[in-house]
Structures are given as structure tokens and as C-alpha cells.
Design a protein around this ligand. Structure first.
Ligand SMILES: C[S@@+](CC[C@H](N)C(=O)[O-])C[C@H]1O[C@@H](n2cnc3c(N)ncnc32)[C@H](O)[C@@H]1O
Length: 216
């Protein structure tokens, strides 16, 4: 990836958002997650359901893993918000829609979404066009993990208080990277992070304690 600054959705983020919508459309009740807002943001042609990577049967396991990890994180954030957590950081947020689907919880937090500048600008524009807006508690932090900057500095600039606890999540980001970006992202956390970080929670992982770290 690169110096891409196109104001357009990232294709991997679009795919998982469409899988979340397909879960609602193609999978039986009860749904693990009800999320069709990404589909609204993308507004693809009617033919999107015929795409090879949207085949309901073939993509079933991927879909299951995508909605399970999103639900796992969402439940954790809701639980921790109930215990007084005030900061939620989403690395490579893509078309995450927690802020739009759960405003009653999200508005009690400051939600920091970190993503590539171009796709993030596109998302901001679409949220405004569709009337969701970008409330003050939702902070967009444009960072390219591969460009050498520090996402932690970006967070602080956007109002992150590193003297307070936060949940930091990253799903689907490492697999879209090549090389040492994971290491780079980890170094950006700084020497003494006071954060609980969870990475790429797979569907099969049960909920550990709030201090456990798991990754695919
Ligand atoms: C597969 S999507 C996952 C989106 C979301 N976390 C989810 O699980 O639905 C990967 C995300 O990582 C972001 N990403 C990829 N490379 C990046 C980079 N170098 N810097 C910042 N974000 C990046 C993409 O823009 C995209 O939003």
C-alpha cells in the first residue's frame, strides 16, 4: 500500500461491510450482528450480491468469522463502557459502524477511528451525505501505518488521553498488510502503553478477561 490518497472506500473494508450486510440478508435468525449501514454507505449496484466474493454459500465461514469478531468486540466495549471506560480506539476502522448503530453507548465514549486518509475522507463524506454526521465524540484520525508516522501521536492530536484506559482493537488489518507493519503499529503504542490491545479476534476465541490479548 502506499501513498494512495484516493477519496474512495478501501476494497477490503468494503468487502467485509458487504459480508456483514449479507449476514443479515442470507443467514437465518438470530443474527449475530445487525449491520446494513456499511451497505448504505457503499450504495453498490444491485448486482453486488452476484459478485463471486459474495457467494452466500462459499463465503459463509468468512462471514461467520467477520460478524463474530465484530460482535465479540462490541459486547466487550459495551461491557467496559458500563464500567466507566471512556475511550475506544479502532485501528484500520474501515466501515465500522458501531458509532452509527449504537450511539447511545458510543456517545458516552470518545471513539477514535484510525484509517488511511483517503478511505477515511470518503467515509466522513458519506456519513454526512446520509445524515449520520460526525459528532464530536467520533474522531477520525487519518494515519497510514506504512508511511512511518506514529498513530499514537495522531491519537493524542485528536484528543486521546493516554493517562486514561482505552480499548484498542484491530481486526482485518494485519492480513491486508505485507511486511513489518504490524511491528510498526506495535512500536507506535509507545513505551508504556496503558491500554488493553486486542488483535484480529477469531470467531473461535472465547471472551478472555478484559486484560487478555488474543490474535488470529
Ligand atoms: C479488511 S479492512 C477491516 C476493516 C474493519 N477493521 C473491519 O474489521 O471491518 C482493513 C482496513 O485496514 C485499513 N488499512 C489497510 N492498510 C492500512 C494502512 N497502511 N494504514 C492505515 N489503515 C490501513 C484499510 O483502509 C481498511 O479499512
Amino acid at each position: 500500500m502506499s501513498d494512495k490518497q484516493d477519496v474512495a472506500p478501501d476494497s477490503t473494508a468494503a468487502r467485509v461491510a458487504l459480508w456483514r450486510a449479507l449476514h443479515v440478508e442470507a443467514d437465518p435468525l438470530p443474527h449475530v450482528l445487525e449491520d446494513k449501514i456499511g451497505l448504505k454507505l457503499l450504495a453498490p449496484d444491485e448486482g453486488w450480491r452476484s459478485r463471486g466474493d459474495m457467494d452466500p454459500q462459499f463465503t459463509r465461514p468468512f462471514r461467520a468469522s467477520i460478524v463474530a469478531r465484530a460482535r465479540f468486540i462490541e459486547d466487550l466495549v459495551v461491557e467496559q463502557a458500563g464500567r466507566g471506560l471512556t475511550q475506544y480506539v479502532i485501528l484500520g476502522a474501515g466501515l465500522d459502524t458501531f458509532a452509527q448503530r449504537r450511539p447511545e453507548i458510543a456517545s458516552r465514549l470518545t471513539v477514535f477511528e484510525i484509517d488511511q486518509p483517503g478511505p477515511q475522507a470518503w467515509k466522513r463524506q458519506r456519513l454526512i451525505e446520509l445524515g449520520f454526521g460526525v459528532p464530536n465524540w467520533l474522531r477520525f484520525v487519518p494515519v497510514d501505518f506504512e508511511a512511518g508516522g506514529s498513530w499514537r501521536d495522531g491519537l493524542v492530536t485528536a484528543g486521546f488521553d493516554d493517562s486514561k484506559p482505552a480499548i484498542v482493537v484491530s481486526t482485518g488489518v494485519s492480513i491486508s498488510h505485507r511486511g513489518g507493519e504490524r511491528g510498526h503499529a506495535a512500536r507506535s503504542r509507545g513505551p508504556r502503553p496503558r491500554i488493553d490491545a486486542r488483535h484480529d479476534v477469531p470467531a473461535s476465541v472465547g471472551a478472555g478477561g478484559p486484560r487478555s490479548t488474543s490474535r488470529a
